[in-house]
Design a protein around this ligand. Structure first.
Ligand SMILES: [Zn+2]
Length: 480
């Protein structure tokens, strides 16, 4: 009997042991099983749907802060001086030299900075040099036609400077460009810095008072690397990257492809403010375009602070104090976000979030182009920037990897993209095709740049023409 009892105990132990073994060695799947439902798509869908529904925006009690605004308000830019009367025509023979793009640069001259007032005389080429001299009949001063441009006072050939900068604009790095032209890399960098200063003024002069219907804004990550890879530890590199202003912010008009703003900085609300502030400088007064961005929430703050106004909410009750004024979006402001969700670096969903305005109003603006809510155009442009700006996102050692250097390359890219390179989607069919020329076929299309499509200029510029353009110090009166 005892042995039978022991036997049953043993069987029980064996069963218990088997159970424990099985439990320990069983594949982990049953344990992981409760986790699988989270991988199932959209347990959160009801919530997402909820966020899609337009909620009435209640306004802010404080206007959001913009550093540029606060810097400009106490020191508003002086209005441009009043142009003097044009010089009376003289009885001399009519001028053969075009002086329509020239202005007197001399401080103290009444005609300084004004185009086409008849105060200039072409004066030939002093000591047989390549550049023409002009004479101002008002201040009796002389200046060269290259005054204030990158060509002024350079010994290097004009074509060489233009080709070097064109190479940089096409995306070749500084060192590579220096090797191609057998120039010192520092010379190339020096020319880039000089050109960037001039091109910044060029952009500011031409990109103003724009009437734009839509703007797409985006920010792209730039790999700013330390001067020499391997010199610093990985940890140090990462901390540097975190502190490095390594985002390129862009704002573009999807209709004309005009690159309106390009800036380098952190991915912060202050930077979003800066970008939207630059946008307001470019737009005509009263122009409120439709804004489309990615899901970065800082854009909403920045757009609201620059396209908002104080409103007095209605009283909810007959008595009691008046409600405090609230900072509300302008009535015509429309803003939508394209929110992309990623899982394991793969795009798994795109939702459109209307932030200001109504979905209907936004769709009406887009319908004229046959589009829906998207940020595809600015993303395409950012791809172009990646290919054309050597300092971003490519594993090359460029001299130009700090913030200022990147900014200069981007200024060059901006002008090159807007004024020099015709955009294939913008080309216009000629009413009368040009007859074939030699071996080439008849010309049916007229090339068109973003600046032409935006009505800023009437022709495709060459880089040489851009670099030789003397930018007047202030806007000129419209010639009728
Ligand atoms: Zn003068």
């Amino acid at each position: 009997m005892v042995s039978h009892y022991i036997f049953s105990q043993l069987v029980l132990f064996a069963l218990l042991w088997l159970f424990i073994l099985l439990h320990l060695t069983w594949p982990k799947r049953p344990v992981a099983a409760p986790a699988t439902p989270t991988e199932e798509p959209e347990p959160l869908t009801p919530k997402r749907h909820h966020s899609n529904e337009p909620k009435p925006f209640e306004g802010l009690t404080h206007k959001p802060h913009c550093a540029l605004w606060e810097r400009e308000t106490p020191h508003p830019q002086a209005p441009p001086p009043v142009p003097p009367d044009p010089m009376p025509p003289t009885n001399r023979r009519p001028r053969g030299v075009d002086s329509s793009r020239q202005f007197c640069p001399h401080a103290g001259c009444d005609y300084r900075g004004w185009l086409g007032l008849g105060n200039l005389r072409a004066n030939g080429h002093p000591s047989g040099g390549p550049w023409r001299q002009f004479h101002c009949t008002s201040c009796k001063g002389y200046f060269l036609e290259t005054h204030g441009t990158i060509f002024h006072g350079k010994h290097a050939a004009v074509e060489r400077i233009v080709h070097v900068l064109a190479c940089l604009a096409e995306g070749l790095g500084i060192r590579a460009t220096a090797r191609v032209f057998e120039v010192d890399a520092n010379t190339v960098l020096h020319w880039l810095v000089e050109a960037a200063e001039q091109l910044r003024a060029f952009s500011a002069y031409f990109l103003c008072d724009l009437h734009l219907e839509q703007l797409q804004l985006d920010e792209v990550y730039a790999v700013l690397r330390a001067r020499k890879a391997g010199e610093i530890s990985e940890e140090e590199a990462i901390t540097r990257l975190e502190h490095a202003p390594s985002w390129v912010w862009t704002a573009m008009d999807p209709t004309s492809k005009l690159l309106v703003v390009v800036e380098v900085g952190h991915r912060t609300v202050a930077m979003a403010q800066r970008v939207v502030h630059q946008v307001t400088r470019v737009l005509a007064p009263g122009c409120v375009p439709l804004f489309l961005t990615d899901g970065l929430k800082d854009y909403a703050t920045a757009i609201l602070s620059h396209f908002g106004q104080w409103m007095h909410p209605e009283r909810r009750q007959d008595k009691g104090p008046r409600p405090k004024p609230r900072w509300m979006p302008l009535p015509g402001l429309c803003y939508a976000q394209v929110v992309k969700s990623y899982r394991r670096r793969r795009l798994v969903g795109v939702t459109h979030r209307v932030v200001f305005g109504t979905r209907l109003a936004i769709e009406q603006v887009l319908a004229t182009c046959g589009w829906t809510i998207n940020t595809a155009f600015v993303e395409r442009l950012n791809l172009d920037i990646r290919q054309r700006v050597a300092a971003i996102g490519r594993r090359v050692n460029t001299l130009c990897q700090d913030e200022a250097g990147l900014q200069q390359q981007l200024v060059l890219f901006q002008v090159y993209h807007n004024f020099v390179v015709p955009h294939s989607s913008l080309r216009q069919r000629l009413l009368v095709p040009e007859p074939p020329h030699g071996r080439s076929a008849a010309k049916v299309w007229r090339p068109c740049t973003p600046a032409m499509a935006a009505g800023v200029t009437d022709h495709v510029w060459s880089l040489k023409e851009v670099l030789g353009y003397r930018v007047p110090p202030w806007p000129q009166p419209q010639t009728v």
